[in-house]
Design a protein around this ligand. Structure first.
Ligand code: NAP
Length: 306
């Protein structure tokens, strides 16, 4: 069994990591490190350094804090010889992630930059269907209610928290999994609330390697039904991934899919990487976000209160 410690015991740790570890034959939850929360019956420490010092038999850590503090924790874990699972996004900057990949290689341990949406039920079937077809266009619509999904998460509005790109990067992680060749960003516009430091909405104009237009709209002001859709028009028909990649239609016909199992599959992948002595650090989704911040035209919009 791989003894794993969770760092940052917040929403995603409780909702997804704990049940995925409990259901895994490869992992056991051995400790948590969090300032204000813990898992019942599991050794708990206030921070990662204390956890690493007191739990020398830990094999791995899963870093579930906000991205702004992930690099320091990952560095500490790698220095202690632990395998590291990074929640998405893998850090606050691209250069941090490059540093971690290099450090993990030098230490001979596994670094896994996870992208949970790539394990949504319809993504692999969609990838296989798209392969070899001629792309005409892709439209991404990722619109959700920030008050519902990120209540009171101050970090998400701070620099490095990504704002609406926190969910938007999930769409970009699916996009970059669906297409074999790299996507490039051409233009972006970002709307930032007057009282916040990160965007509440964004539009991206991208292009596939073959020249097909790819448009994305991310918006956190959606109330009512939530939208996490990707439409892919090809020379052989229209593919639509909805519900964050968990339902799939081709020319309007629903496709049979396996049950949803994003986090169990992430942990299965982490175990495989550890057994093979490999890392998996794909920064393609994060690079598109960085490009949007680099080149995007920013406008100020209405102040936002939680
Ligand atoms: P969250 O509920 O705010 O939990 C993060 C936890 O990290 C906090 O509860 C806090 O626990 C700890 N923490 C450590 N340093 C912190 C700091 N400087 N500021 C704030 N918290 C700090 O956030 P989350 O929704 O679980 O998201 C965490 C990561 O998972 C993000 O990168 C997010 O993109 C990713 N993720 C989230 C979801 C989702 O649906 N929520 C889905 C997939 C991935 P203590 O106060 O106890 O230390």
């Amino acid at each position: 069994m791989i003894r794993v410690g969770i760092v940052g015991f917040g929403k995603i740790a409780r909702d997804q990591h704990v049940p995925a570890i409990a259901g895994s034959e490869k992992f056991v939850l051995a400790a948590t490190a969090s300032r204000n929360a813990h898992a019942d019956g599991i050794p708990a420490y206030p921070d990662i350094d204390t956890m690493l010092a007191k739990e020398p038999t830990l094999d791995a850590v899963a870093l579930c804090q906000p991205p702004q503090v992930r690099h320091g924790a990952a560095r500490a874990a790698l220095a202690a010889g632990k395998h590291v699972f990074l929640e998405k996004p893998p850090g606050a900057t691209l250069s941090e992630v490059v540093d971690l990949a290099r450090t993990a290689d030098a230490a001979g341990v596994t670094l896994f930059a996870s992208w949970h949406s790539r394990y949504a039920a319809g993504v692999e079937t969609a990838r296989q269907w798209i392969a070899g077809k001629e792309l005409r266009r892709i439209d991404i619509s990722w619109k959700e209610d920030v008050r519902h999904w990120h209540p009171g998460q101050a970090w998400i509005w701070q620099p490095g928290g990504l704002g609406v790109f926190d969910p938007g990067i999930n769409a970009l992680s699916i996009l970059t999994q669906l297409l074999a060749d790299p996507v490039r960003l051409e233009q972006a516009s970002l709307e930032v609330p007057a009282n916040r430091k990160a965007p509440i909405a964004a539009r991206l104009a991208m292009r596939s390697a073959s020249g097909a237009p790819i448009d994305a709209v991310f918006d956190w002001r959606q109330t009512g039904p939530q939208t996490w859709d990707i439409e892919v028009e090809t020379d052989a028909g229209l593919l639509v991934l909805s519900h964050g990649g968990n339902t799939l239609t081709i020319d309007g016909v629903a496709q049979p899919l396996p049950a949803e199992a994003e986090y169990p599959e992430l942990y299965a992948r982490f175990a495989e990487l550890i057994a093979a002595g490999k890392s998996d650090v794909d920064v393609a989704p994060f690079r598109l976000v960085a490009d949007a911040f680099l080149t995007g035209e920013t406008s100020v919009t209405d102040a936002f209160e939680d």
